[in-house]
Design a protein around this ligand. Structure first.
Ligand code: HEM
Length: 418
């Protein structure tokens, strides 16, 4: 869920009658006692249905902070985890601080969820994307809030660089049983079978098999001559269009539509050498046939679309990006952190004791707390094999909410006395 939601959407997502500051949940379906996201209210929604579904049995698109939450079932599963985490935290905060109003609980739970998202993204995910050297160079350690930094998302980040991940998407979604083997009842699916298909979560085993599949399957290899697969270039489904689309074409065309300067201009922006000839291009992209194809199509390196050029670059060591995208993503991440007055590590946002607790959290803990999984990898972003690289949830650290207990002391409440 985006950190900043327009109030109208936020009010639709909240359960305003609960005393515990909860988010709305699905009132028709449960996942072995755990919540699903609510459905959108405008029905029939455009989401796909199982064959021969009766009108009364329809599974609509999920309602979340972002209308794309149902794009693929794995993304819907992630949104659902965060919904469950908010409600879990809110219920526990209410038990600790029975005098808190529903509004206070909602805001405190939301603040913790935002912080956990920041911890997981910047500490556990981004270093693996940029690689250790570029992370150090462009992000480095936190030095506090800087009011001169503009934290807004740049055009180049959202329209090109962060779309690097479109080249990491596996064409197959695996669903696994409790032993992390292919699920006997729910076989693997091609991506096009899970576009806008929330029914596959609700009717086919809930979140757990999908989450296990995400934890125990590799991302697609980023090979220079197979950047994207046909599930995305021939069979993509989006809500704003009736037919199937090509994500690579959308990415390229979106860059032009947004007027992004070309590949070489962005290299210069990042203090990287401009690559003016075919021979110079080989220094950044070693695959000869790709360079030849690029030159045949674009004629001169200055014409290369930045999304394509950035994606084709050789990856940095232990990274999922080349030098150009590592620079752009790294700078954006640093600005998001330094320019955010409410960044979780900034002074006075949380108490020291609370920061200490937040730091213990991880995506693996989020999964332990909100699904039926009892074993997970210590680092959910690091692929391991089951059971060797998996740990019991009992050994995965988590937050102790005692740091949020408000104590009544000498006639007044002491905030977060710990
Ligand atoms: C199956 C997985 C995914 C699908 C089907 C998908 C599909 C799409 C589509 C259709 C768009 C809009 C394209 C356009 O019209 O310009 C888009 C935008 C985008 N995608 Fe993905 N995507 C996926 C995964 C990812 C991942 C894993 C990331 C990053 C980690 C990512 C980052 C982005 C970004 C940054 C945008 C631009 C968003 C904006 O400017 O509002 N996508 N994606």
């Amino acid at each position: 869920m985006p950190a900043f939601l327009p109030t109208a959407i936020e009010n639709k997502l909240r359960n305003l009658t609960s005393q515990e500051g909860l988010l709305q949940v699905n009132t028709l379906y449960e996942d072995a006692g755990r919540e699903y996201l609510p459905f959108v209210t405008q029905v029939p929604s455009p989401c796909a249905q199982a064959l021969n579904t009766e009108k009364s049995e329809r599974i609509e698109c999920f309602l979340a902070g972002d209308s794309r939450a149902s794009e693929v079932i794995s993304l819907a599963a992630m949104h659902t985890l965060w919904l469950r985490e908010h409600n879990r935290l809110a219920k526990n905060l209410k038990m600790l601080n029975t005098h808190w109003s529903s509004e206070t609980i909602y805001q405190e739970a939301r603040k913790i969820v935002g912080a956990l998202h920041q911890v997981i993204t910047l500490r556990d995910y981004i270093p693996k994307i940029l690689g250790p050297m570029a992370f150090e160079q462009y992000v480095g350690p936190y030095k506090g809030y800087d009011s001169t930094v503009n934290p807004t998302i740049s055009n180049i980040f959202s329209t090109a660089a962060f779309r690097f991940a479109h080249a990491t998407i596996h064409p197959v979604v695996r669903r696994l049983d409790e032993r992390f083997q292919d699920h006997p009842d729910h076989p693997k699916l091609f991506l096009h079978e899970v576009f806008f298909s929330p029914w596959r979560l609700i009717k086919e085993g809930g979140l757990d098999p999908v989450i296990r599949g995400l934890l125990a399957s590799p991302a697609k290899l980023q090979i220079q001559d197979q950047i994207m697969n046909e599930e995305l270039t021939e069979k993509l489904f989006v809500l704003s269009n009736n037919g199937t689309l090509d994500l690579a074409s959308l990415d390229l065309q979106r860059g032009r539509d947004h007027g992004l300067p070309g590949y070489n201009d962005w290299r210069e922006f990042c203090d990287l050498q401009r690559l003016e000839t075919e021979t110079e291009l080989y220094t950044a992209i070693t695959n000869r046939s790709i360079v030849e194809k690029i030159i045949e199509l674009y004629k001169h390196p200055n014409n290369i679309d930045v999304w394509l050029g950035g994606l084709a670059e050789n990856l940095l060591p232990n990274a999922r990006t080349g030098p150009l995208f590592a620079c752009i993503i790294g700078r954006q991440m640093k600005a998001l952190r330094e320019g955010d007055r409410f960044w979780w590590e900034n002074k006075h946002v949380f108490t020291e004791a609370q920061r200490h607790e937040l730091e213990k959290h991880s995506l693996s803990r989020l999964i332990c707390d909100n699904t039926g999984l009892t074993t997970v990898p210590a680092d959910a972003f690091q692929l391991g094999s089951f059971p060797t690289d998996f740990k019991s949830c009992e050994d995965i650290p988590g937050i102790n909410l005692e740091a949020w207990r408000e104590i009544f002391h000498q006639g007044k409440f002491m905030l977060f006395f710990y």
